[in-house]
Design a protein around this ligand. Structure first.
Ligand code: SAH
Length: 219
């Protein structure tokens, strides 16, 4: 790995290891998720001025009024998505800077990632390219429509909070598929896991969370 990817000082491997210890203390138990987060440089996903804070457990700005999700949330959502076994094709809504995408890409066969802000999508593509993660397809679109061409998905992960689950996303779940999604208005959102059964959907409430809103249209 070159020096930028490897990191030095506040972006070093040791700092990353401290993040992993904190995630374990916070209740993340999946070794697969912890290993992938240990080996993925988070600092390359943000502007240089903020790189030294990349391993703090906090959401940080990535421009366009958006934030990179805090490490705990990325770990928790990934763990919930994968808990019942390996997944082949996963739809991600809200690529943002691409960090969550990079984690998913190392744990599932293929990621289909949708982002409504073109400038963010372009940057994310660059970061994933740098990490040589090539099993990701990108779409510039309103994620409320999902990505019908590649449906059904056995996993869906949504990184922005709608007030209700978009109908199209429910329709694009495979039977037995899992969706992890924050739901609710600013100040009262809850992370939920939805499982599609033969003839209905099961909803599990996980914990209160704070995400940027799920917006319609494209920029
Ligand atoms: N996982 C990302 C989270 C970024 S914040 C990261 O860690 O960087 C949430 C992202 O969802 C933002 O980039 C925002 O533009 C995007 N978003 C919000 N509503 C959306 C929608 N309807 N369709 C697609 N992307 C959406």
């Amino acid at each position: 790995m070159n020096q930028t990817l490897q990191g030095i000082g506040m972006t070093s491997r040791r700092t990353r290891e401290r993040m992993i210890n904190r995630l374990s203390e916070q209740g993340i138990i999946s070794n697969k998720v912890l290993d992938v987060m240990r080996n993925t440089p988070r600092h390359i996903f943000m502007d240089e001025a903020l790189a030294s804070r990349a391993y703090e457990d906090t959401a940080l700005p990535i421009g366009h009024n958006q934030t990179i999700s805090q490490p705990y949330i990325v770990a928790k959502m990934t763990e919930l998505l994968l808990e019942r076994g390996p997944l082949e094709n996963v739809l991600e809504i809200g690529t943002g800077c691409g960090y969550q995408t990079a984690i998913l890409a190392q744990l599932v066969d293929r990621v289909y990632s949708v982002e409504r802000i073109l400038a963010l999508q372009r940057k994310a593509k660059g970061h994933l390219w740098e990490l040589k993660l090539k099993n990701v397809s990108y779409l510039h679109s309103d994620g409320g429509w999902g990505w019908p061409d590649y449906a059904p998905f056995d996993g869906i992960l949504v990184s922005a909070a709608p007030s209700e689950v978009p109908e199209m996303l429910l329709q694009q779940m495979a039977v037995g598929g899992v969706m992890v999604i924050p739901i609710g208005k600013c100040g009262s959102q809850e992370l939920q896991r939805i499982t599609r059964t033969e003839n209905s959907y099961e909803f599990e409430k996980v914990e209160p969370v704070s995400f940027v809103p799920f917006l319609s249209g494209r920029e």
